[in-house]
Design a protein around this ligand. Sequence first.
Ligand code: GLV
Ligand code: MN
Ligand code: MN
Length: 420
Amino acid sequence: MKQNLQIDPERLWDEIMETSKIGGTPKGGINRLTLTDLDRQVRDWFKQKAEGLGCIVTVDDMGAMFARRPGQRKDVPPIAMGSHLDTQPTGGKFDGVLGVLGALEALRTLHEAGYETFAPIEVVNWTNEEGARFAPAMVSSGVFAGAFEHDWASSRKDPDGITFAEALEKIGYRGPEKCGEHPLSGFFELHIEQGPLLEAEGKEIGVVTGIQGIRWFEVTVTGQDAHSGTTPMPRRRNALLSATGIVEKVNAIALAHAPLAVGTVGLMQVRPNSPNVVPGEVFFTVDLRHPEAKTLDAMESELRAAITNACKPQNLESKVSKILDQPPVHFDQDCIGCVREAAKNSGYSMRDIVSGAGHDAGYVSRVAPASMIFVPCHNGISHNEAEFTSKEQCAAGAQVLLQAVLNYDRKLAERHGSKR
Ligand code: GLV
Ligand code: MN
Ligand code: MN
């Protein structure tokens, strides 16, 4: 019976397609930025579905949602599974969504079978994983794990000057529970790989052993606004000119630490952004990643030196703040083992993999044993409306998620001396 619980691929696929209409784009993707009214709609949908399965849904003061199905033991913290329902502005249908809806399908399978787990089981929807509207990424799981101060995270502003706290209040999802005061026995996150390795090797499941280190910086370069027609070239203090030099340097820094390093400037605001004003100020972000902390240290020093050097010739000022520093993550061996066993028993081909993308499971792993399951995505394309994972691939991931959670539940029961 334990091995025979099967998730329903059609039902999972139908729900992925149904929710993809909330914020659906003409190119087949989703634009559902965190804490917008569209985010509220998908949260309402999730809450209603979970309550329909008899779950109690609670919300914390960072907006993270927890749908709980009781187990045999009330005194044992839940085993949670989940991901995020927010997307990038030109996001696909699967990033984050598969992890929440796959978890919901796994929970529904338990519900319909009347299967009683030892620990309670939860499905979690973390707030603002993407960091697209409010930087940095993974902000609610970060507060949950103590990596960010609650007040700092709540005061982050979107490009219109609206704070995270205001937006959360507006959609009615600031819950009473203090973020982080929610013990977990374990956490499992199903996600699309967002890279090309599984597909290239024809593997169905990625057993995720860790996540590469990630650092984000906000940089402001300040010169002087000046008339574009009257200010002679030698007198200009053009912030954009230096900023573009830094963009090139970020690329060069990543290439210098090939093959594993990556570096990106993905957001830039030119001020005042007028055709006939020499730009006096430029604000941009830098995203640096590498699996080794010491290489990231070197990349960070090179970035700081590049900014200083780029500002010198025009006598510009610069301000740099590090807003995200997620050291390389090594997932829990027991959780990894449960995923591996689940993939093996379900008959899927697999390989171990280190995640290039950041995930909520990375922060959660600081406060609870955690690991992840990857499924392939077509051509490795993600953060793109063309992102695609097939119905069968989604189903394989959800099946392994369910089995991994049940494996972990049995381990917990054994640890508590209860026979399953
Ligand atoms: C999360 O989407 C990341 O930036 O890796
Ligand atoms: Mn994601
Ligand atoms: Mn993402």
